[in-house]
Design a protein around this ligand. Structure first.
Ligand code: BGC
Ligand code: CA
Length: 294
């Protein structure tokens, strides 16, 4: 049974091709997100309405805040840092394996400040991607291979479980997580999503340990209870939500990034806000993003 449904409205008409990777910076009170295909990081301050664009000039899949006040980026074939004052981008590390026809996709920091991000083939062929972990000392480890579209990641509040999505599986999986070592074990399905509801994409775990997942092609975000049952749904006027995160002064604004890339010309005319950032207040609070410690 769905307990409740909500509607999200447009917060920023970003016109992104593939808006993704929303990050709420609770120090600055602003939202960062990426347009993967345009190679851009966007910053949005909802209090003033101010928006700023950083040109990364490379495919950029995800961002995380660091404890130095800059951002760490998952760029096409590795990791980089972005100075949010000057906009300068500096390489940090390369992926350990050949990634010439792959690109980075979703990423997030774990509770100990390591940055996790995964890849997918540009043609989305099965099993070509992987999930990587960037440690504060700059060393990159391959954690999972044979991933197709590496997507949503987040951790339970006690840091003992990690949620992960490989989109074409139509599942949200959960692993046991060792916060001290940064290792995962015992993969199992948490939620199975019917294909007609859309493909599971980005996710966030809220303060009540419920999991919010964006449904690519499904025009909705779902909230799942810890037992895996569906609790709530957020509807959108666009078909391709990509990811979501809580933000705002009370951490109760749910920000949802969206994409236009898969829409035909006719669909773009009917979904003029596709690529924008949407927002709603469904009730629960989110948790602060973990920062990269390096
Ligand atoms: C990727 C898209 C992909 C989609 C599927 C997104 O994170 O960036 O390229 O088609 O996930 O869920
Ligand atoms: Ca994604």
């Amino acid at each position: 049974m769905i307990a409740s449904t909500f509607e999200a409205s447009l917060a920023l008409d970003a016109q992104a091709e593939l808006g993704e990777g929303p990050l709420w910076d609770d120090d600055a009170g602003c939202l960062y997100f990426v347009d993967i295909l345009a190679g851009r990081v966007h910053r949005f301050d909802p209090r003033s309405g101010a928006a700023r664009t950083y040109e990364v000039r490379r495919l950029v899949g995800a961002v995380a805040a660091t404890d130095r006040g800059d951002l760490v980026l998952a760029v096409r074939d590795g990791f980089a840092r972005l100075d949010v004052e000057t906009g300068a981008v500096q390489d940090l590390a390369r992926l350990p394996s050949d990634a010439s026809d792959l690109r980075m996709n979703d990423g997030k920091c774990d509770p100990a400040g390591r940055f996790w991000a995964g890849t997918m083939a540009l043609d989305e062929r099965a099993g070509a991607g992987a999930l990587y972990r960037l440690d504060p000392d700059g060393v990159v480890s391959t954690i999972l291979s044979s991933v197709t579209i590496s997507n949503g990641l987040d951790w339970s509040a006690d840091g003992r479980r990690m949620f992960f999505i490989d989109s074409p599986t139509q599942r949200i999986d959960v692993f046991d997580f060792d916060p001290a070592r940064g290792t995962i074990a015992n993969r199992r399905p948490f939620v199975q999503i019917a294909p007609d509801a859309g493909m599971p994409d980005g996710l966030t775990v809220d303060a009540e340990e419920h999991v919010w997942v964006s449904l690519w092609g499904g025009g909705a975000v779902h909230r799942y209870r810890p037992d895996g049952s569906l609790d709530a749904a957020v509807g959108l006027p666009v078909a391709f939500p990509t990811s979501c995160v809580f933000g705002g002064a009370d951490m109760r604004d749910l920000y949802i990034t969206t994409a236009a890339v898969r829409l035909s010309r006719e669909e773009r005319a009917r979904q003029p806000a596709a690529g924008g950032v949407f927002r709603c207040r469904p009730g629960p609070a989110g948790r602060r993003a973990n920062r990269f410690k390096g």
